[in-house]
Design a protein around this ligand. Structure first.
Ligand SMILES: Cc1cc2nc3c(=O)[nH]c(=O)nc-3n(C[C@H](O)[C@H](O)[C@H](O)COP(=O)(O)OP(=O)(O)OC[C@H]3O[C@@H](n4cnc5c(N)ncnc54)[C@H](O)[C@@H]3O)c2cc1C
Length: 492
């Protein structure tokens, strides 16, 4: 890297947000470094619920098959009293896939395996995580960020055009930017979480022992031997995080002395809090994922929201670094994503308050992240009937269509990759822009399945952003519609 820069983007923290951002930059040929203070990946199951929208993003990133191989459906919840079964119900109603929503169900995978899938993809794309490398202080000027990295005790200076803090809830990037992180430590019980091996318990249910002293749950994790353990703690209770202490707490709460709890590979105490950073950007430095928002795990939103933050920021950073868009495009990262996090905080805290502890509430459409929309974004332009169901800013749904060679294809296949996708319905005179960002064109009839899904009745265009949200819908496009939109949007 020349021009006095060591790299274009320094990404700090290799959790799901950092890994997705790195994949997004790698597949666009942007130079980056991804540093992680840990010496090796954390082997913890924490964010195990992966929502339908995240699975769609995984398809775009080319990791869906690998994710499917390590994940599985949520088992039913089985309520217990000692050895007696009190009742059982599905955790989530399983929904059939449709043409427009191919992955309608939340899937479960221990987070360490989801992270591993993303890391492997990053490797295929030519990137890697620099373990044992912690960010120290940094300063920024008009052109660059100069950061100090601690690599096994040796200090190294790195000069990059941008820095992104994907460094988790205790983000030092957020602190260094002096960004307020207002919110509350919730009036909800703290919880002990862990990954443990249990002898003598079948793996066909998420076992729950409700108890006045504190609920206990054991959730079998797919394709591994371990269960995720969760124990609601009493106020002031500080259990020792050791195998004998946790086994004894488990036995006293459940009355099950016949089950052998052993080999905890991760034990942690979680204090639920709700906090949202006052801003996501200061100059050339951004925060994303848990660094920008924290909330209880109820509703399974944290990893999913972190993935989408990175997915939103990645293509924008790349276009700016490639000289295709102005710096102003980057401000839409915060204006699009911060309101989403506000809503996520509301959802996850409402579910936590309803259930008062370990997960038992069914979760529906509101947690699936399929209805996330950037309708009020400056990047969303809608011209045509105001009463249509699908508008600019909404998720671009999947649909089956027949391509020019007569093959049945899915729109999600056409969206896959770093480009914009222009859907033209019927005979329209709105060419793809020959300048500017990479764009693929899909020609569709006005009477097929795609037209129905997109609410199209006459010649129209739909421009789908690289992150597969609709940027532009125009029901009477002119020859310059696409280029006009792009010049405005990319200078946003
Ligand atoms: C018990 C539990 C259950 C959960 N369940 C769910 C769920 O079902 N679904 C869901 O979506 N989410 C869930 N979550 C939340 C999910 O785990 C987090 O939201 C997710 O990990 C956030 O990803 P991230 O990449 O932003 O941060 P993290 O995964 O926290 O990664 C941040 C990384 O930055 C590194 N780092 C920090 N400081 C530095 C530094 N100075 N230099 C270099 N590296 C640094 C850290 O070591 C860490 O590896 C759960 C969380 C918990 C605790």
């Amino acid at each position: 890297m020349s021009n006095g820069f060591d790299t274009d983007v320094l990404i700090v923290g290799a959790g799901p947000a950092g890994l997705v951002l790195a994949c997004e930059l790698a597949r666009r040929g942007v130079a980056f470094r991804l540093v992680e203070q840990r010496g090796e990946p954390l082997r913890a199951s924490r964010g195990k619920g992966v929502q339908p929208r995240t699975q769609e993003i995984f398809e775009d990133l080319g990791v869906l098959e690998a994710f499917q191989a390590v994940s599985g459906p949520y088992p039913p919840l089985r309520l217990m009293e000692g050895e007696n079964v009190l009742g059982e119900r599905p955790f989530n109603e399983q929904v059939e896939a449709t043409e427009d929503i191919p992955y309608p169900n939340m899937m479960m995978s221990p987070q360490w395996r989801t992270d591993a899938v993303l890391r492997e993809r990053l490797g295929e794309l030519g990137g890697h995580v620099e373990y044992g490398t912690a960010l120290g202080a940094f300063v920024q000027d008009e052109a660059a960020v100069t950061a100090e990295l601690d690599v096994a005790g040796a200090l190294r200076s790195v000069r990059s055009r941008y820095l992104v803090g994907t460094d988790g809830g205790r983000s030092s990037v957020r602190a260094a930017l002096d960004l307020a992180f207002p919110g509350e430590t919730m009036d909800q019980p703290r919880m002990l979480f862990g990954d443990v091996t249990i002898e003598g318990l079948s793996r066909d249910a998420w076992w729950m022992w409700p108890s006045a002293a504190g609920n206990v749950g054991l959730c079998p994790l797919p394709h591994v031997e371990t269960f995720q353990l969760m124990i609601t703690l009493a106020p002031g209770e500080e259990p020792e995080l050791s195998e004998p202490a946790v086994a004894s707490l488990f036995e006293s709460r459940t009355g099950r002395t016949d089950l052998g709890l052993r080999d905890p590979s991760w034990l942690s105490i979680f204090t639920p809090s709700l906090r949202l950073a006052e801003a996501y950007q200061r100059g050339r430095v951004f925060i994303a994922g848990d660094a920008a928002h924290v909330h209880p795990p109820t509703g399974a939103q944290g990893l999913n929201t972190s993935v989408q933050d990175a997915y939103n920021l990645g293509w924008k950073l790349a276009l700016v670094l490639q000289g295709v868009a102005s710096d102003a495009l980057l401000a839409t990262y915060e204006s699009e994503r911060r309101p989403i996090a506000e809503a996520v905080l509301d959802i996850s805290s409402a579910i936590a308050r309803q259930q008062g502890g370990v997960g038992s509430q069914p979760r529906g459409r509101q947690t699936q992240q399929l209805d996330i929309s950037y309708r009020s974004s400056v990047l969303s332009l809608h011209s045509g009937r105001p009463d249509r169901a699908l508008v600019a800013g909404d998720r671009a749904p999947d649909a089956i269509y027949v391509d020019h060679e007569g093959r049945r294809r899915r729109l999600f296949e056409a969206f896959r990759g770093p480009h914009f996708t222009l859907l033209t319905f019927g005979a329209v005179d709105a060419p793809a822009s020959s300048e500017g960002p990479q764009m693929e064109v899909v020609r569709l009839p006005t009477d097929g399945q795609a037209a129905l899904t997109y609410g199209i009745s006459g010649p129209s265009i739909v421009l789908v952003r690289p992150d597969n949200y609709i940027g532009l819908i125009d029901e009477s496009p002119a020859p310059t519609t696409v280029s006009d939109y792009l010049s405005a949007a990319l200078q946003a």
